[in-house]
Design a binder for this molecule. Structure first.
Ligand code: NAG
Ligand code: NAG
Ligand code: NAG
Ligand code: NAG
Ligand code: NAG
Length: 584
């Protein structure tokens, strides 16, 4: 009895302290750190003993570590669209119906529609200074190269410095091409056909069997030259045309240079914090790491135990540390919510010709980037806010990267938009221990446009059911990924459809090894029925919206191409050095 009373007094006291504090920190700052393709098996605080991430670990020690934090999609573009808007990517048209699920050209017309509301837009309306530094990957322009309708500055950010598309192998000289397969089909196959035709005609003519007019030879040669010329142009111009850095509306470096790139972006992020130390701010630092081409500066190259990937990861961790240090130096840490995550799981198929793994680790989980096995969507998720969020807590409830939207909006005092469905849920009750249950009873795992799996965490149980309507065909047999195609695809011949759906209990079988059967799980049919009904109810909430990743919106449009020129060189300039000294 006495104990209960003491407990109650203590609780009241804590509540009082919390109320007092929440008053003092009514408008926290937000620092959202988003890695690219970092696996949940990579950071030390998630169990990696050989990759050194002391700064991410420090962040986790000071806050909450989510162990079932889920990306809304296993691919960059849709995952980031969901993160920014708190909505499934299919709602904004950022879910592809074809095999290409992300933007690869800076001059594509698709992107996050202007009608979508990002958390940056909400916070800007609340008087926040807002910046996005690093990777965007949600489109650039719509109709001409200056409208920048999809650009960060059109989506609530006051300041942008970074890469409008994404880091790609093709951005780094000598790293090969992500288009190797496509080039083989589009270039080498036609070239072979032309060569064989030419040879056959020549032989037939030499044997005197047919009369071949010389213009046929000429035309075939011309065709071959055209195909070859197209290839050379593509390879030569891809880098400057797609891999450039912008500062706000201007190109600052074309093509982008990897020299001290992380250092430059980190320094700029630190300066943004310093400039805005006295006003509420939102900083999204979206790392170019760990996407290939891997890179790291002299201080990190060759220093890790895990090759180029480890070097890059340790450099990214250094960058996280720099940001945390700046917050400490300016005494902003207690008034700042810091979030760290990855847009999806590690890309397990990313192996170089020499056999060096350039993808990270998804720990014990199956699959990775581009599929909805746990390895593709279960990502690191760390939130820190000293004094408000309990330090050192670990939460295993299902949460989503879409949850950041309502969480941040509420803390900044912004109402949520009422004219649309927000799929994310406020995380604060969970993070502060006021609730022990995730608000997500159901989560829907999309592979591009296609509903791939449903996750059900029943209100009255500890089970986490996951039912797959289809699964990617891994290749070769027994492999942990789609090594023939480099990424897994979401429909057609590349997947196996399941009827009844493939059911797992993730709480018992996180590795997704043992699909349940009516024999091993007596409630098998009942569980699947509930999940299928939930999927049907969810499908009814979807509206027809323009497809931002249609072929027409994905292709390169010359009139949208941004190009800077200095000293008469076509699409080449470097004004990055001025950025550091910028007056912004
Ligand atoms: C580009 O498009 C925008 C909006 O459609 C328009 O206001 C602007 O004048 C156009 N610029 C050029 C150079 O055509
Ligand atoms: C990179 O930064 C280091 C340390 O600030 C500096 O010594 C080095 O010259 C820089 N390298 C380049 C290529 O700018
Ligand atoms: C740690 O990370 C490296 C790099 O991704 C990986 O090779 C290694 O397997 C990871 N270790 C564990 C225990 O997951
Ligand atoms: C920040 O909050 C922590 C935890 O409540 C507290 O121990 C520390 O003294 C605070 N630091 C500052 C600078 O107020
Ligand atoms: C949970 O509740 C539902 C109805 O709300 C019921 O059908 C089901 O049997 C319950 N499950 C358990 C494990 O108690």
């Amino acid at each position: 009895m006495l104990r209960a009373r003491k407990m109650r007094t203590l609780l009241l006291l804590l509540l009082f302290i919390y109320e007092a504090r929440s008053h003092a920190v009514s408008t926290p700052n937000f620092v959202l750190l988003m890695a690219d393709d970092l696996g949940i098996g990579d950071p030390g605080c998630y169990g990696n003993k050989t990759l050194r991430t002391p700064n991410i670990d420090r962040l986790a020690r000071g806050g909450v570590k989510l162990t079932q934090h889920l990306a809304a999609s296993p691919l960059c573009t849709p995952s980031r669209a969901a993160f920014m808007t708190g909505r499934y990517p299919i709602r904004s048209g950022m879910a592809s119906r074809s095999q290409v699920g992300v933007f690869v050209f800076s001059a594509s017309s698709g992107g996050l529609p202007h009608s979508e509301i990002t958390f940056a837009k909400l916070l800007k309306n609340q008087g926040y200074s807002t910046a996005l530094i690093g990777k965007w990957h949600l489109g650039t322009s719509c109709h001409n190269r200056t409208d920048l309708c999809h650009h960060p500055l059109s989506h609530g950010f006051d300041y942008f410095h970074g890469l409008p598309v994404t880091n790609l192998r093709d951005c780094k000289p000598g790293e090969g091409s992500v288009f190797t397969r496509a080039l083989r089909l589009l270039v080498f196959l036609p070239l072979q056909v032309i060569a064989i035709t030419l040879l056959t005609l020549a032989v037939l003519r030499w044997l005197g069997l047919v009369q071949v007019p010389p213009c046929i030879f000429f035309c075939l040669f011309f065709l071959a030259a055209l195909v070859l010329g197209g290839l050379l142009c593509f390879l030569h111009y891809f880098r400057p045309l797609n891999c450039f850095l912008m500062r706000n509306r201007d190109i600052t470096q074309q093509p982008m240079s990897y020299d001290n790139l992380t250092q430059r972006l980190t320094a700029d992020a630190a300066q943004f914090i310093q400039r805005n130390a006295k006003t509420p701010f939102l900083l999204v630092l979206a790392f170019l790491h760990m996407h290939t081409a891997l890179f790291s500066s002299k201080d990190f190259a060759g220093k890790s135990k895990h090759g180029a990937y480890g070097d890059a990861a340790e450099e990214m961790d250094w960058s996280v540390g720099q940001i945390l240090d700046v917050l400490d130096e300016l005494k902003l840490a207690n008034n700042t919510l810091v979030y760290f995550s990855s847009d999806q799981g590690a890309h397990v198929e990313e192996v170089t010709i020499k056999g060096e793994g350039h993808g990270g680790s998804n720990g014990i989980y199956k699959g990775g980037k581009a599929n909805n096995w746990e390895g593709g969507i279960r990502v690191p998720g760390i939130l820190r806010w000293p004094g408000v969020i309990q330090a050192g807590l670990e939460i295993d409830e299902p949460t989503s990267n879409m949850d950041i939207f309502p969480t941040v909006a509420k803390l900044a005092g912004s109402p949520l938009p009422e004219d649309r469905i927000i799929d994310g849920r406020d995380l604060m009750p969970l993070l502060q221990g006021r609730s022990h249950r995730s608000d997500h009873e159901f989560l829907f795992h999309y592979c591009n446009f296609y509903l791939n799996a449903v996750r059900w965490h029943p209100q009255n149980s500890t089970s986490i059911w996951k039912a797959f309507f289809f699964t990617p065909k891994f290749f070769p047999e027994g492999a942990n990924g789609c090594f023939a195609t480099h990424v897994c695809f979401c429909h057609g011949q590349y997947v196996t459809y399941h009827d009844p759906p493939l059911l797992f209990d993730i709480s018992q079988d996180p590795r997704e090894r043992n699909p349940l059967t009516p024999t091993s799980q007596p409630r098998f049919r009942e569980i699947l029925e509930t999940m299928q009904e939930a999927a049907a109810r969810h499908a009814e909430t979807l509206r027809d919206v323009p497809n931002q990743l249609s072929l027409g919106n994905l292709i390169w449009k010359p009139w949208l191409q941004m190009c800077c020129s200095s000293s008469g060189l076509f699409c080449q300039c470097d004004w990055e050095k001025q950025v550091g000294r910028g007056s912004h």
